[in-house]
Design a protein around this ligand. Structure first.
Ligand SMILES: [Zn+2]
Length: 629
């Protein structure tokens, strides 16, 4: 997922291993599964291989009901198979095509991870059918009332299975180390369209019954479903956009470069293996940035700025088609393998599409975010390590900048040590040799040693693998581009301009807009402004840049924070509109927090919130209810 910009979690990756084709002895088999503290299943005994799902979506009761038919491999000829379950109501379980009823029982309920569903099987069992209904509080199911959609006429449902919520809507072996293919039949009200993380329909039909097929083995956290008043438009022969009808044209314009991005990604690390790559633009109340569901990335509509300035979110979600979806973290303790690799790949795609300087600016923001995160968590935090320990906790708590940005800079540091061509060849080989498998941190490090470092003591010293993976904070050998801050570099120029402007030393302010053009440059400039500014200063800048009227949510968030702090009332109405129309959690909560710091601000925050709350997602309004209480 895309963190912050995304949600609680924002998403992850891999496990077993295939080999290097030329070297048969190296073939390690998928049975080499890594123990997952967030799943009760015992895949070394009996493991799922294929799902045939047949469900009905009921908006009145906010429930999904139907059956999950699992094809299994009873490797150990066991008398039991274990699934993960979170509050599902299971009415019956049968074995075989003849559907002979069998017995089942539950393990003890555990915080965060639910309970084990233990099903009696025979050594010969290949097929298990589980009849079930979801609970009203199913954590993966987000039911939106019409008010929370762009069209305001029809309800909407979307799922968010990552990290461990798939078990709340489908009984499954809910571990990123276990993969399976799936088919599904989904029945929905006949004025709505259903979509999944699979081959998808492009138009509604009159029956409301839709069929899906995912031919590649995926882990359970990539199971996804969306149901709503949704239309489709192709961008090119293999990419396209799904959105509510009122949003579709704008979305297609905004994401016109999708096809180019897929080509850029393929040029770097090999073929896109999933068939189509489409986007689903969620309703405004979608609380996150994006989620990399296979074939169909879910994204927030807040990235539709009208000028294509926020489309790098696509680079991130697209990159997950390799790092995460193709090669997946074995457990959530290896989350950095999903997100660190994806942030690296994302910036490489952005460099291809938007140029080196844009990618370097993103790296600069990333470095600042990482330093802030480490400072905020403190030296003694157990979460400032790449390899983490989330046993006994919700892995969603691991959604911080460490997995994303420390992971990124570790790879960036390897790149600097071995040179980009070598590192690219290594990554290409890594994705190819581990395609559709899951990988643990240790398995990755073994691969790194055998295929790149190869016992070279100089390289070992330069990279310091152990410091990065098993040490706290930020190792001192961190590599990053320094050109932006060098003499004549973009950031040092903007920094001096901001400083000169603040001291009133800039006689001709039109130089500001000449030097500061892209949204990353503007964001950087706003960040360089003093915390305290006069209304006159803010008015002058608005005259130059029209920050108050921007449609770019990154710039809006940065500028509106300053506007609130400095009681720049000109922006008040725009801030109100922004908070009412935008439901992306981490783009709105900071503004409410800022309001609470100024005299009379809490009252104003509550006034706006009263109007905005009906548009927000439950996860969002529960957080703000607490904040403003
Ligand atoms: Zn991600």
């Amino acid at each position: 997922m895309l963190k912050k910009t995304i949600m609680m979690k924002n998403i992850i990756f891999f496990i077993p291993f295939l080999m290097i084709i030329s070297c048969k002895q190296k073939k390690e088999v998928a049975s080499q599964l890594v123990e997952d503290p967030h799943s009760f299943s015992k895949p070394s005994m009996a493991v799922v291989e294929h799902l045939n799902l047949d469900i009905k979506v009921n908006f009145e009761d906010q429930q999904i009901s139907g059956k999950a038919v699992w094809t299994i491999n009873n490797k150990a000829k066991s008398n039991e198979i274990i699934f993960d379950d979170s509050k599902l109501n299971i009415s019956k379980i049968t074995l075989g095509a003849e559907e002979k009823e069998t017995t089942f029982n539950y393990g003890e309920e555990k915080e965060y991870i639910g309970r084990a569903l233990k099903v009696a099987i025979t050594p010969e069992t290949k097929l298990i059918t589980i009849y079930y209904t979801t609970n009203k509080d199913a954590s993966a199911l987000q039911w939106l009332n019409p008010h929370q959609t762009a069209g305001k006429m029809r309800p909407y449902l979307f799922t968010q299975s990552e990290s461990i919520a798939a078990r709340s809507w489908i009984p499954c072996q809910d571990s990123p180390g276990i993969r399976f293919t799936y088919n599904a039949t989904v029945t929905v009200p006949n004025d709505l369209l259903a979509l999944m993380s699979a081959e998808n329909p492009e138009v509604k039909n009159t029956t409301g019954v839709y069929h899906f097929k995912q031919i590649h083995p995926i882990p359970s956290y990539l199971l996804a479903l969306a149901v709503g008043d949704i239309a489709f438009k192709a961008v090119d022969e293999r990419t396209g956009v799904y959105a509510e009808p009122s949003v579709l044209a704008k979305a297609v314009y905004e994401f016109a470069d999708m096809g180019k991005m897929v080509h850029a990604a393929e040029k770097l690390y090999g073929p896109y293996r999933w068939g189509r790559y489409d986007l689903l633009v969620l309703p405004p109340s979608f609380p996150f940035g994006g989620m990399e569901n296979p074939n169909l990335t879910f994204i927030t509509p807040t990235v539709i700025a009208g000028d294509r300035s926020l489309v790098s979110i696509i680079s991130h979600e697209l990159a997950h088609s390799w790092s995460g979806n193709l090669v997946t973290n074995a457990t959530w303790n290896d989350f950095w393998l999903n997100e660190g690799f994806t942030n690296y790949f994302e910036r490489r795609i952005d460099e291809e599409i938007f140029g080196k300087q844009e990618a370097e600016m993103q790296e600069e923001f990333a470095k600042k975010a990482l330093e802030d995160a480490v400072k905020e968590m403190g030296d003694t935090s157990k979460d400032i390590y790449l390899k983490t320990e989330y046993a006994g906790r919700n892995p969603d708590d691991g959604t911080n900048d460490i997995a994303y940005e420390k992971g990124y800079f570790f790879l960036r540091t390897i790149e600097a040590a071995v040179g980009r061509p070598n590192f690219d060849a290594f990554l290409r080989g890594y994705f190819d040799s581990h395609a559709f498998q899951s990988v643990s941190t240790e398995q990755f490090l073994t691969y790194l040693n055998e295929n790149l470092i190869k016992g070279n003591a100089d390289l070992e010293k330069k990279i310091r693998v152990n410091d990065w993976v098993y040490g706290p904070g930020i190792p001192s050998n961190i590599a990053y581009a320094k050109g932006l801050w060098a003499k004549g570099g973009k950031f040092s120029k903007i920094d001096s301009l901001a400083s000169a402007w603040n001291k009133g030393k800039l006689t001709d302010t039109s130089i500001l807009t000449k030097e500061i053009g892209t949204s990353n440059e503007k964001k950087f400039f706003i960040n360089m402004l003093p915390q305290e500014m006069t209304v006159k200063q803010m008015t002058d800048l608005d005259r130059q840049f029209n920050f108050t009227g921007s449609n770019n949510t990154d710039i809006q968030l940065a500028w509106y924070t300053l506007a609130i702090r400095n009681q720049y009332m000109v922006a008040d109405k725009r801030i109100e509109d922004y908070l009412i129309e935008n439901g992306r959690m981490w783009h709105i909560i900071p503004l409410y927090k800022e309001m609470m710091k100024i005299p009379g601000g809490l009252k104003r925050a509550k006034e706006i919130y009263k109007k905005a709350r009906p548009n927000y997602h439950p996860m969002t309004y529960q957080a703000i209810d607490k904040l403003l209480d």
